[in-house]
Design a protein around this ligand. Structure first.
Ligand code: AMP
Ligand code: ZN
Length: 480
């Protein structure tokens, strides 16, 4: 596989520390609110990446944190504590908020066919781990205590900016966020490893530490959780592109200083889902959720299809019209798969050749739109339906659009519609139960000698681009 690596700004051959094994880490959600569909774009693309790596033969260990402490509004060390903000908003405790929105996140993931990572670790469950790492950083001179907090000293590093070349002045916290600069920091890029009670008197979650009662910074949680479950050598780190700075930059700084060797060579960043007005963000308070899409009548998998149609390294603009187009294409695809007849022999040679092509196309920097195109190509192959269905099933092991399950359900529904009619009249079509029902209604109108009604239904079908041919014992319809 070739994957773009944001740490080197190049597309590179994917390699792992232990051949055949991928240690993969994903920054999880901050559980102070529902995930918006932008967050879920990142998780969908990371899910496809994991499934692709497994399909390509790797043994994957995927770890994800749940941020339930330490994440401040600015992503740096200023602004409100996000979890406290959620708790205040809903008059609940921080832990109640965390549990509720963690469950809601995994429910959204289930609806979007996003697999649960092998390890899911709430940040509050690994405090000893962070204290151990911070203690070593203090002992080795990479961290210092000031004003009650412990800071990472970025001046100790030969190279701090990994992902891009920042203009130092742009990073001046006061200018960027409209909040005061932290005077305890020796240099403005230094970041908090441990907060003590000197900050946020109303902080609900606190633990004892060598530096006083307090709580960890956001960045240390991902380093600590990853080192605990992925080991000292991480192969692949994922997240949305906004995480690259400062979060991932700080993760690298503290992990490599702690370990004394390189930590993670490959970084996968998913670009943002935007609305025509700009970036979708939780903190703005108004955002689109999976539940809202469902309320508007969309299958959550139509949204997954929408995401797969575009490349993860391009910003994607969400509009209802764009989603409508994706939903229509998805429905049409399901109809075409439902029209295939299951059963029979698979042509193994055709299958192997096509599947290899699919892996190669997708393996070019996770080209998901080519993956979707491969499904359409499979439908057009000059081979039997059994081979087409087997291929589509294999592709869907990576794409996870429930293609075979949904097509089977459509077939079943169509069969039921026919059975609801008469035993001597069958409808054969492209697996759309609504059309089957209309064709059946036309037959019943004709049987009742209501020819005007029968013609009206035929015209209605024609207007929808459906051609009905009467055959012995029933009718066959197709889209023209
Ligand atoms: P958060 O819950 O804010 O910690 O974010 C969860 C994940 O969603 C992180 O990997 C973010 O980088 C990512 N993310 C945030 N906003 C967007 C967006 N508009 N589009 C895609 N990913 C996003
Ligand atoms: Zn993280």
């Amino acid at each position: 596989m070739y994957l773009y690596n944001s740490a080197t700004h190049k597309k590179e051959e994917f390699k792992t520390h232990t051949p055949g094994r991928v240690e993969m880490y994903t920054c999880g959600p901050t559980v102070y609110h529902f995930a918006h569909i932008g967050n879920l774009r990142s998780y969908i693309m990371e899910d496809v990446l994991e499934k692709y790596l497994r399909a390509a033969g790797f043994d994957v260990n995927r770890v994800m944190n749940i941020t339930d402490v330490g994440h401040l509004a600015s992503d740096a060390d200023t602004g409100e504590d996000k979890m406290l903000k959620g708790a205040k908003r809903e008059h609940k405790s921080v832990m109640e908020i965390a549990q509720f929105y963690t469950d809601a996140f995994f429910e959204d993931c289930r609806k979007l066919n996003i697999k649960r990572p092998d390890v899911v670790q709430p940040a509050t469950g690994c405090i000893d781990e962070y204290i151990r790492i911070i203690s070593k950083l203090v002992d080795t001179g990479y961290a210092y205590a000031a004003g009650g907090n412990v800071y990472f000293d970025t001046s100790k590093l030969a190279r701090y900016y990994i992902f891009n070349d920042h203009d130092e002045d742009d990073l001046a916290v006061g200018v960027r966020e409209g909040v005061e600069e932290d005077v305890n920091k020796r240099s403005k890029n230094d970041f908090v490893l441990w907060f003590t009670k000197s900050k946020f008197e109303d902080q609900a979650l606190k633990w004892d530490s060598p530096w006083g009662v307090g709580y960890p910074g956001w960045h240390i949680e991902c380093s600590g959780i990853s080192m605990k479950y992925n080991g000292e050598y991480l192969d692949l780190h994922c997240g949305g592109v906004d995480n690259a700075f400062p979060h991932h930059t700080n993760e690298i700084a503290q992990s490599e200083s702690y370990l004394g060797h390189p930590w993670c060579p490959q970084w996968f960043h998913v670009h943002h889902l935007n609305t025509p007005e700009g970036k979708m963000s939780k903190s703005k308070g108004e955002f689109l959720t999976v539940s809202l899409l469902e309320k508007e009548g969309y299958d959550p998998l139509a949204y997954r299809y929408f995401c797969l149609q575009s490349h993860y390294r391009k910003a994607l603009v969400f509009t209802w019209e764009n989603l409508d187009n994706a939903a229509a294409a998805y429905t049409k695809l399901l109809g075409r798969i439902a029209a295939l007849v299951p059963g029979g022999e698979v042509d193994q040679a055709v299958y192997d050749e096509q599947y290899e092509k699919f892996l190669q196309k997708m393996g070019n920097d996770l080209n998901t739109s080519m993956g979707v195109t491969a499904v359409f190509d499979a439908l057009k192959l000059k081979t039997g339906d059994a081979t087409k269905l087997a291929l589509i099933g294999a592709y869907d092991g990576v794409l996870s659009l429930s293609l075979l399950e949904k097509a089977a359900a459509l077939r079943e529904k169509a069969a039921q519609t026919v059975q609801a009619g008469t035993a001597d009249y069958s409808v054969t079509g492209e697996g759309d139960p609504a059309i089957d029902a209309l064709v059946l209604q036309r037959y019943e109108a004709k049987k009742a000698k209501n020819f005007a009604e029968a013609d009206r239904i035929r015209d209605d079908l024609k207007a929808q681009g459906i051609e009905v041919t009467d055959v012995k014992g029933g009718a066959v319809w197709k889209r023209i």
